[in-house]
Design a protein around this ligand. Sequence first.
Ligand code: FAD
Ligand code: NAD
Length: 402
Amino acid sequence: MAQNRKKVLVLGAGYAGLQTVTKLQKQISADEAEITLINKNDYHYEATWLHEASAGTISYEDLLYPVKSVINEDKVNFVKAEVTKIDRNAKKVETDAGIFDFDILVVGLGFESETFGIKGMKDHAFQIENVLTSRNLARHIEDKFANYAASKEKDDRDLAILVGGAGFTGIEFLGELTDRIPELCNKYGVDQSKVKITCVEAAPKMLPMFSDDLVNHAVNYLENKGVEFKIATPIVACNENGFVVKVNDEEQQLEANTSVWAAGVRGSQLMEASFDGVKRGRIVNEQDLTIAGHDDIFVIGDCAAFIPAGEERPLPTTAQIAMQQGEHVAKNIKHILEGQPTQEFDYVDRGTVCSLGSNDGVGIVYGRDIIGKKAAFMKKVIDTRAVFKLGGIGLAFKKGKF
Ligand code: FAD
Ligand code: NAD
């Protein structure tokens, strides 16, 4: 082994970090660099399927696969550890399993739920944030149905579910819920007409990036399945009885034994503690995905706020972007190792699909609106492609949605 191998440290085995490593391990020899990947779990999870595991239409175990199953351990050292501090100037990363130094750092620590300081939201609402939160939420919903069925004094709030936010996460979760509820009603002998699902959205329009046709299809589909929407209704608090919302300047209590916050995400809390100029856990990158003043630190995925050249607003936070950034960073690291200049990141937008359960959806693919079964099919293709890109054909057969 060469003595002067550069130390490449990658934080997070989500879409961004894992794509960086799986691409890099194909592009360089073990002599060129010492690559270490740190992740707090020994598994990668499909964050883009969390709404399914949260509703219980798939098991949380379906989201997971071992990180080691997709890395080449001759080239990559995988460490299961939680990162606690990034010292950018000393070029050291502290974790609960020791301190790691680096020559090149890739930060891909991903997203967390953002409750904007709304009173009681962290304590009383379920979040759709990671494998554990999804597992807990699906179990809680089922427990409430079981409790309703078993108790003599029926509490209708056991069958009431409040969903905060009609963004992509909220809508996709509602789609899965409407698939799941008939199964639960069957299993526990519950009259489905007693189930009450309410989605509360602060903005006057939902999914603003979609045309009216797409939005109307999504709303009609979900309303026909029993979802009630309360639009232009901000949630101002959450307590053990449900959400408190504001209507005409007056506070109202919406009652349910299940409240779900699906109304916002932020980048990792570690970002503010580690870098300057971070907003909601996201830092504006340079065009090559490094950060200002540090040409050896790349920040990608949901911790990045990448503003394409000539534009004003950062790209949204999506897995599609995280993976493209991971692929690009692998190439840029290769350039650095070869003493070549890094290249600018150029995002290719292939489109966006919002699922409505397993059999319906809405989306834009290569600039064209798609609706219904076509969109649902496309979403499964996208989900399977992501598995393939990280784990190859074997994993795609095992975990893909066929
Ligand atoms: P993450 O996927 O969050 O991965 C971060 C990794 O870092 C995780 O493995 C985490 O465990 C690890 N980590 C975090 N903190 C630490 C620490 N301190 N120490 C060690 N390890 C740590 N996007 C799409 O493009 N298409 C979709 O269909 C889509 N659907 C979605 C559905 C839902 C319900 C949600 C919530 C999001 C969806 N997204 C979708 C957005 C997408 O999931 C995110 O943009 C994507 O996960 C970001 O990837 P990432 O690698 O930056 O972070
Ligand atoms: P988001 O920020 O996109 O949407 C949150 C929604 O909650 C907004 O409509 C907002 O108006 C609403 N909201 C905020 N505060 C509220 C309040 N106090 N009361 C009521 N409503 C409130 O968040 P998201 O849906 O979690 O999406 C996060 C990111 O993940 C986005 O970039 C999204 O594109 C991506 N994502 C993509 C997909 C997909 O491509 N299919 C699926 C899920 C998430």
